[in-house]
Design a protein around this ligand. Sequence first.
Ligand code: HEM
Length: 389
Amino acid sequence: MTTPVAWPTLDVLTRDPHPALASIRSTAPLAWVDSLGGWLVVGHAAAVRVMRDAGTFTVDDPRFSTSRVVGPSMLSTDGAEHDRHRQPFVSPFTPRSTRAHFVDFVDTEATRLVAAVAPAGEAEIRTAIAGPLAAACMQRALGLKAIDVGQLLTWYTDIVAAVAAVTSGSGVPEGSRLAYAALTDAVRSTIATAGASSFLGEVAATAGTLTSTELLSDIAVLLFGGIETTEGMITNLVLHLLREGFDPAALLHENDLLDAAIEESLRLEPAAAVVDRYATRDSEIAGVRIRRGELVVVSLAGANRDPAVFEHPDRFDPGRPNLRKQLAFAQGPHVCLGAHLARLETRTAARALLALPGVRLDPARTVEPSGLVFRKSAAVWVRWNRTVP
Ligand code: HEM
């Protein structure tokens, strides 16, 4: 087969990639995309295959930017080394443990954030609710009670800036190095005093052969994984629900409908749109030759709209029978550890918002989701009827 080549620019892939992804998919499940310098996998079956076969398509490559900032972690290793990094975090993130540690906290926090904006009759959801809730949950998970959420977000922003700088070919900025050092100091002293029943205490108790530096790298990855993506997941859901005109009362009374809408929102606009892999050997996907060392970018956004799996893929339809086939949390050995917590945060935030009387979208001030890797709406403005005290 001749090599399928596609020309979407980074700008197209950042703003609205869906038509370009559909056009690639109409000829092949993957294509070489010059602007990415690698293969872009857009078919569902091919995406699943790449993510499940870590022996052929690995994350363990010196080009991987996160590991150059925080060191090797579960996100940047495969095989036995990956198991060693990931294992201590598996039990604290099971549905049961997530419920035990987080249900009350998330409910209290979401209720508090919504109550704080309720008198105004309007709010921008990403900055007022989604971001602060996601950051508060990671602060809680890491047990950093002495550090306020604002400080945590500042460190986080500095570390994200370092990953962006490394991705674009520069070195790690001094400010980011200091932020990572301050975060790791805070986590180190928290681990030293954490009770065994705390979230971080549970992790530290099962750390096995992980050194404290390795553990800190994994914790930094949790911070990355837990804030930006969940902020996007909540923001995108609110946009989808209110734009599609769902009845808030129905969503509040039918838990299954809200849960289905959450999966459908993840399918239509996954907050992490792509994951990167590197070919460890020559191989073939759907008759297309991949060479050792080549970058293989899996488009979760593309796979999630594959018409071979999802009929009328551009429609928002929570009634789909196969919603759970959506790939927003990836698959295979790197499948998202925080998926249960992210769903809990999103469901709880949505319920708190939907309970506001007359809640509706303000379309004039709301913007469409965008982003090459992390996709979310920068602003979703919502209004409701102010209650007279
Ligand atoms: C509480 C919130 C979250 C936490 C704590 C979290 C944590 C993590 C961690 C630690 C990993 C790495 C697992 C590994 O490499 O073995 C991961 C992977 C991943 N997460 Fe999450 N995550 C959260 C929310 C989300 C959300 C909301 C999304 C998207 C909607 C998401 C999408 C992903 C994806 C796509 C991967 C796979 C990365 C890859 O294969 O390269 N995560 N997550």
